[in-house]
Structure formats: C-alpha cells, structure tokens
Write a protein that binds this ligand. Structure first.
Ligand code: GLV
Length: 324
C-alpha cells in the first residue's frame, strides 16, 4: 500500500517545459512534481496517491496499479504524447478516468525527423559523419558512398496515413517522390489525396523504396513489420520508424539487415526503449536517434501546454480538449 500523499493534487510525473509548469502553478491546485528523470514505478504509485489528475509522459506506464494507487479522486490522466500505449485506457475507463493525449501539435516536428532519417539513411549522412570523425583517410571518388537519389522518382510508402503520415507526404511531394499509402477511413482533402496511390500493406511494402511508419502501437500493430513483412520489401529498401518500437520485430529487422535483405533503417524508437539492441548499433546502414520525433522546442512546449489545458478543463468540470 502506497503511503498517503496530499489530496486532490495534480501529480506531474516529470518536469515539463517552463511555460507549462507556470500554467500548472496558475491552476491554483496543489502540485506534486517529479524530476527531470522518469519516476520509478514505486515513486509513481506513491506520488499518485490521492491525485485528481496525473500528467505523465510516454516513459511512465499508467496501469491499473497506478490508477488504484491514485484512488477515487482521480479524474484525468493527461499524457504528454500523441501515442498513449503507455496508458491502460480500458482500466482508466472502468474507473471513470478520462485519458487525454496531445494530437495535432507535433505532426510537422515528427515528419521533419522522419524525413531527416530518410535522408540520413538513403544518402548515408550518418555513415559519412562516422567516416570523417574516425580520421580514416578518404578522398572524393565517382562511386564513393553513393546512395538513393530520392528526387529521381523514388517511391515512398507511408504506413498510416493520419496526421503525421500526411505531413510526411507533404514533404515527399516537394522532393518529387512517388507516393503510396495504406488506406485510411479519414476524409482526405484534395491536397492530402493528391498523387497518393492507396495500397494494402503487402503491396505497398513490395513497391516502396522507402517505407515510413506512422501508425499507433496497438495489439493489432504490434510487430506489424515482422519477418513476413520485411520479406516483401525490396532488398535495397529502407525502413523509417518514428512511431513506436513495438511496431517492428527487432529480431526480424536485425536478421534482414545482417543478411542484406534490407538496404537500411532509420530508427527513432525501439522495443525496450531506452535500451537499444546492440546488434542494431553495430550495423553501418542504420541511423539511430534517441526518440527525438517531437523534439522541436516549440513543439514540446505546445505538447506540454495542451496537456495542462486538458487538466484545467477536466478539473473545472468541462470536457477535455483532446480525449483519446
Ligand atoms: C511521441 O512519441 C509521441 O507519441 O508524442
């Protein structure tokens, strides 16, 4: 049993941006504020006791144990992320707790990073950086470190044509790429539909030079990219993942890369994050970033402020701004 904490407070599991912390303080509610690092599971349960709202990030797992530790005063879990696979939404619903996320404010930042990984991988930017830093001698040569000419009609396959997938398409159009996407039920504007061929996943995988993932992690998308999916991709193709690590079967990805059945990968997210499989670190045609998708300075601020708005609305008895 967690020890008794203050009552009716807002528990902020990790320090947010300064503007969001100021907005939280302005709510006039008692605050229990975590640190820059993620809380341990024990700290999380302890500081949640008696909370009216929990503001968490994707590094906190909000499960039935945390919800029960918080107890009956809990009205809201405000996740500072668009993905909410870290929150047991069904358990929250059962307890009458609203869950909110931060959609819409991070689409461009995430697509920028995904496009950066696309370029870094296809044009071997990180590999080139490592070569120059190594101090090994090198000299320009006609065939030295050539990569994909992405503006020469290279095909981008977008898996998940939601907000971030569509932001990716906007960038790709500017580079003259051919566009494929998995079908979507959303109504698309003419601009978003322009030039996109919608294909079922197996056909998209077979036809794309670069595959970029923009689906949420759910039981249905867990290991969506497995041995079978990778086997459909071209041996020269590149996979970009800025969504969630669990969408890709890491073992299958490592095997495909090691055996030359895949051209490369640009990864921002990992199974078992923040650990990164050492076999991935050993592969040259892989570009690895530490979950930076939404790490634009304004974007992070907008995410934190949106979470605080959700807290303000729900604790004032009004509907949340962005419920999941
Ligand atoms: C980041 O990964 C997010 O889901 O917002």
């Amino acid at each position: 049993m967690a020890e008794e904490g203050p009552r009716g407070h807002v528990y902020v599991a990790r320090l947010l941006t300064d503007d969001a912390m100021a907005a939280l303080a302005a709510l006039g509610r008692p605050l229990v504020v975590g640190e820059e690092r993620p809380p341990t599971a024990e700290e999380l349960r302890r500081d949640a006791v008696g909370a009216a709202a929990i503001v968490c990030t994707l590094t906190e797992r909000i499960d039935a144990a945390v919800l029960d530790a918080a107890g009956p005063r809990l009205r809201l879990v405000a996740n500072v992320a668009v993905g909410y696979d870290n929150v047991d939404v069904a358990a929250a619903r059962e307890r009458g707790v609203v869950v909110t996320n931060t959609p819409g404010v991070l689409d461009d930042a995430t697509a920028d990073l995904a496009f950066g990984l696309l370029l870094a991988t296809t044009r071997r930017i990180a590999e080139g950086d490592r070569l120059v830093r190594s101090g090994q001698p090198w000299v320009w040569g006609p065939t030295m470190m050539t990569g994909l000419d992405i503006s020469a009609g290279v095909t981008l396959g977008i898996v998940g044509y939601g907000r971030i997938g569509r932001a990716m398409a906007r960038r790709a159009r500017g580079f003259g790429m051919r566009l494929l996407a998995t079908p979507t039920r959303s109504e698309l504007s003419d601009e978003d539909a322009a030039g996109v061929t919608f294909l079922a996943l197996p056909d998209l995988l077979a036809d794309a030079d670069v595959v970029t993932l923009h689906v949420p992690l759910t039981p249905e998308t867990h290991h969506l990219i497995d041995d079978g999916a990778l086997g459909r991709m071209r041996p020269t193709a590149v996979l970009v993942n800025t969504a969630r690590g669990g969408i890709v079967d890491t073992d299958a990805l490592v095997r495909a890369l090691q055996e030359g059945r895949l051209g490369g990968a640009g990864l921002d997210v990992y199974e078992g994050e923040p650990d990164v499989d050492p076999r991935l670190r050993a592969l040259d045609r892989v570009v690895l970033t530490p979950h930076l998708g939404s790490a634009g300075d304004r974007t992070r601020s907008a995410m934190c402020l949106l979470a605080v708005r959700n807290v303000a609305e729900v604790l004032a008895g009004r509907p949340p701004v962005t419920p999941v």
